[in-house]
Design a protein around this ligand. Structure first.
Ligand SMILES: [Zn+2]
Length: 296
């Protein structure tokens, strides 16, 4: 099973004011500090509704820094409605909200986009499946899965892991690239864009799977970077790992800058390398490939 999650972080309409402004709650780990000044889409039953997250004009801000520490209940979305009843013609409490921002290319190899976390995971899963389909001989049955509700609780992955009961799961997600002035290698580890996929070690990452992935990478000359998941991975692997008495999992991550912002940045070559790594790993599997951990 090769997994990427389809959902993205955002907001949900919690309250519509008498004046027609929408008050919101977070879905997943959305950074409230980055919200104001963005265009958003409220996904209403009758179709998408464009809105903006309003802010206090700088001219009205009193003490320095005060206005920057905005709280979630102070954020509001303006959809151009003049009253609550007018707003309710287009949106309802509970409607999901996503940012209205597209992708761009940065330099030669880098891309910026919202929700690279984790559309790239679905791409990698689909591309892995495509690469496997080109092989003449394949010993494994490969299932590419696009899961739901990762950001708010890993729910879809738990369901898919239980239902499919795979012999092993490769979970593709984004990992923190720490090669920016905002990060400290000593605190966050050292991960660079363009130096290949991240292979995680610890907790939900099955040691035999991890070693097999690293061997595949070495054999195919796919550069990889290592990171740690000492307690959990924060990915779909956490939910799949515990199904059916335990499913061997490994997290393969795409180095990603500015996680959970609207300007996530990644390297296209790293993404292609993930599919290459997963495809070659699967191609190398024998019938009844043993994944037992040897106890010495
Ligand atoms: Zn995420």
């Amino acid at each position: 099973m090769v997994v990427g999650h389809a959902d993205e972080i955002g907001y949900q309409v919690q309250h519509i004011s008498r004046e027609g402004f929408l008050y919101i709650v977070r879905v997943g780990g959305t950074d409230v500090a980055l919200a104001r000044g963005h265009r958003v889409i409220v996904h209403g039953a009758k179709g998408p509704v464009t809105g903006v997250i309003g802010s206090v004009p700088i001219h009205f801000q009193t003490s320095k820094g005060e206005e920057n520490a905005v709280k979630i209940h102070e954020l509001f979305v303006d959809i151009g409605a003049r009253s609550k009843s007018e707003a309710e013609k287009r949106v309802r409490v509970g409607d999901p909200i996503t940012f209205k921002i597209s992708w761009d290319k940065l330099g030669d190899d880098l891309y910026t986009a919202r929700a690279a976390d984790n559309r790239i995971g679905i791409f990698a899963a689909a591309e892995t499946l495509r690469l496997c389909s080109q092989l003449k001989k394949l010993n494994a049955c490969v299932i590419a899965v696009s899961t739901i509700q990762e950001e708010n609780g890993l729910y879809g992955a738990g369901m898919a892991g239980y239902a499919l009961q795979p012999d092993a799961a490769l979970v593709v997600d984004v990992g923190h690239a720490t090669d920016t002035p905002a990060c400290d290698f000593k605190k966050h580890g050292e991960i660079h864009l363009g130096k290949g996929p991240i292979i995680s070690r610890g907790s939900v990452n099955h040691p035999v799977l991890v070693e097999k992935l690293l061997k595949t990478a070495e054999k195919r000359k796919i550069p990889c970077q290592l990171s740690t998941d000492p307690r959990f991975s924060g990915t779909d692997a956490d939910a799949i790992f515990v199904q059916r008495g335990g499913i061997p999992c490994a997290v393969i991550s795409l180095p990603n800058r500015y996680m959970h912002s609207t300007v996530e940045v990644f390297h296209a070559g790293d993404l292609e390398a993930i599919a290459q790594l997963a495809g070659n790993f699967i191609a190398g599997l024998a019938v009844n490939e043993g994944l037992q951990v040897r106890i010495r």
